[in-house]
Ligand binder design. Sequence first.
Ligand code: ADP
Length: 451
Amino acid sequence: PTAGGPSSIRQVKLDKECELRIEVSAETPLRLRLLNGTAEVFGTEIAPEIWLTFPPRLKFAVFTWYGATIEMDGTTETDYTADETPMISYVNVHAILEARRNRAKESPSDSDSSQVIDRWEVQKLACRVGSQWEMMWEIDAGIQPKKLLQAGAYLTRGLGRQGWKELEISPERSMCHLLVIVVGPTDSGKSTLSRMLLSWAAKQAWKPTFVDLDIGQGSITIPGCIAATPIEMPIDPVEGIPLEMPLVFFYGHTTPSIQVLVVFQNCCFTVPMQTCMVINTMGWIEGLGYELLLHAIDTFNANVILVLGQEKLCSMLKDVLKRKPNVDVVKLQKSGGVVSRNAKVRQKARSYRIREYFYGLANDLSPHSNIANFSDLSVYRIGGGPQAPRSALPIGAEPAADPTRLVHNVAGFIYITDIDIQRKKITYLAPSAGVLPSRSLIMGTLTWLET
Ligand code: ADP
């Protein structure tokens, strides 16, 4: 009963298969709880009676399959109930994926993994079992994909030293059977659908991997990155994607140029046993954006392509992929709840993501401002910029062999707040005090004005 409570407390009764769509106000968080029935937030069930605090500006929906009563405390930008949602079709996709996961678990097939191995375009390969370096091959000298398979090898982790590709060998045959890629224009609900599929899979005790290729509005870490992370539990409705073990590559820019191709090509993710990967993509689906999508589909060997809210994209993909066996292109309806964001709102959202990295979702982190000498750091930039002409280099120096060479997984991000050219010092904000984990910094074109 709300009688006697503050006037902002109110209850909403939801009928079955309906959702309550909410945009939290820009200033204050919103408290919400489930009073009775069952309900979920983007695929994750919420516990009865427990108040959840949603941060300002968050846009989300509380959906119920069988009916529920929700209680809210606080102000919202908007909140309304919708009885038309595409949730049935989304959960049907989940059911089909679930059946495939179960089938794959019962009969692991060789053909899937040999495809993965055939695709490698590296020159040299080094393999290890545990910490021991066991085998080395040069692809030029004719590597046998089948031989690798016999060794039980599957996916690579990052780029090895000096151009060697490192390969981890698992004693157990292990591979990814289900590579689901979610594509569609911006604001079609791609991240949200990815999240639901991951949470529903995790609820059924799978450990899917989430790969986020959306350098504009990624949901793993700050913008300008491509990243992957295992999902071991349904995703927390408030905290979002877990950050304990992410694999993060810094691309450095929030919109792609041709360089991004190289980045995709060099990234492979280690995938745990018999599971599934859900890949979220950028909303840029025309011209180069479309080429990049095709490239991602090919690079990851996606076998399920979920197209949200665009007939044209769906028929284009169906057409180009019709000759590929075992690739399903599935068109799905966009949810009416997806909130459209214009360029300015998107830019703002990026700033909030960066702020969240340093200060936490609920201002619960305290970053440190530090000063470093130029001489203590080496700053690199990945592609994108003009390369120094040979004549500008010191005598005898060679231009960098490959300006797009991938660097190791990032250790973290710092924000440069000031550069003092005269005293040769930079001031920066870091997530914590103490020395930086490395003296190598990679510069991007992200900007952030701390407010
Ligand atoms: P995309 O990844 O295609 O750009 P998102 O999945 O990020 O789109 O959705 C855009 C915004 O809309 C996000 O803030 C998301 O939380 C919100 N949103 C998505 N679906 C719903 C819904 N059913 N009700 C309310 N908000 C939603």
